[in-house]
Ligand binder design. Structure first.
Ligand code: CP
Ligand code: NVA
Length: 310
């Protein structure tokens, strides 16, 4: 895992399957230590800046608590309060923060901004969600699938709904780990074609299927995943999207096409009655709170790998 020291975590494209598997093993180890009440502080004295240009419950709390548990400190930096929000260049912010901090996590809109931050920072940068990717969430998702199903390789994951940041990162994660991935959304809301093609190239041992038919996507799935129809920044499209996506709700009729022991996941926050019914997300196939908890363990693994002394 030490080979990851100093690296950025901007998208899952930059990590090979062995590196992802190593992170998942470390995440499992972090979880075990935590459950045993062990004090484990490989990041003693380290400080990680957490820049947020969008709201967050899970990401903010899991990064802050994770750093604290690892012996370090997480510093919450709302873009409303730092000069970045008043137009200070990202490159300058990166250079300044590199003089104080040991790592930066950023949640923002444009993926390009995260890339600019990383290029100009001399410390590791972690993508805490952009409009295009949400790779930290996928580490926790893979950890959860492995816990419940015992394996990843060969499983089929169906992502139903908007072709957004979650769709992209899950697709890459699935392709890297040898999982079949299928997704369904209305025309015009399918995942980015370039990313789909890149995922197809990675998926040498599995299939990537993009369709407008939710039943086809869900057929014989081991895992069903969905996300909000209107993401952060798309609030004004909420009503239009509610109509467009109505046929893509994850409900009992749809999950009947999946494997009988299917697992339901959602990155949260969820809108019951929109992308998923209450009976599914609160039902016995759902592991959404285990998944949310795993954000803590997976990110502790990630931060330890990237911030540890090489
Ligand atoms: N899933 C997720 O990233 O949640 P938050 O927006 O609450 O961080
Ligand atoms: N697609 C959602 C994910 C939230 C964790 C958003 O970007 O708002």
């Amino acid at each position: 895992i030490n080979q990851l020291a100093g690296k950025d975590f901007l998208t899952l494209f930059d990590y090979d399957s062995d590196e992802i598997a190593d992170l998942l093993t470390l995440a499992k180890d972090m979880k075990q230590r935590h459950k045993l009440g062990e004090i484990y502080q490989p990041l003693k004295g380290k400080v990680m800046g957490l820049i947020f240009e969008k709201a967050s419950t899970r990401t903010r709390v899991s990064f802050e608590v994770g750093m604290y548990q690892l012996g370090g400190t997480g510093l919450f930096l709302s873009s409303k309060d730092i000069q970045l929000g008043r137009g200070e260049p990202i490159a300058d912010t990166a250079k300044v923060l590199s003089g104080y901090l040991d790592g930066i996590m950023i949640r923002t809109f444009a993926q390009e901004d995260v890339e600019t931050l990383a290029k100009n920072a001399s410390i590791p940068v972690i993508n805490g969600l952009t409009d295009t990717f949400h790779p930290c969430q996928v580490l926790a998702d893979l950890q959860t699938i492995e816990e419940v199903k015992g394996t990843l390789k060969g499983l089929k994951i169906a992502y139903i709904g908007d072709g957004n940041n979650m769709a992209h990162s899950l697709m890459i994660g699935a392709a890297k780990m040898g999982m079949h991935f299928s997704t369904a959304a209305p025309e015009g809301y399918l995942p980015d074609e370039t990313i789909v093609n890149q995922a197809k190239e990675i998926a040498t041992e599995s299939t990537i299927t993009v369709t407008t038919d939710p039943v086809e996507a869900v057929k014989d799935a081991d895992v069903i995943y969905t996300d909000v129809w209107a993401s952060m920044g798309q609030e004004s499209e909420q009503q239009k999207r509610e109509q467009l996506f109505a046929a893509y709700q994850v409900n009992q009729a749809l999950v009947n096409h999946a494997k009988p022991d299917y697992l339901f996941l959602h990155c949260l926050p969820a809108h019951r009655g929109e992308e998923v019914t209450a009976s599914i997300i609160d039902g016995k196939h759902s592991a959404v709170f285990q998944e949310a908890e795993n954000r803590l363990h997976a990110q502790k693994a990630l931060m330890t790998a990237l911030l540890a002394d090489a």
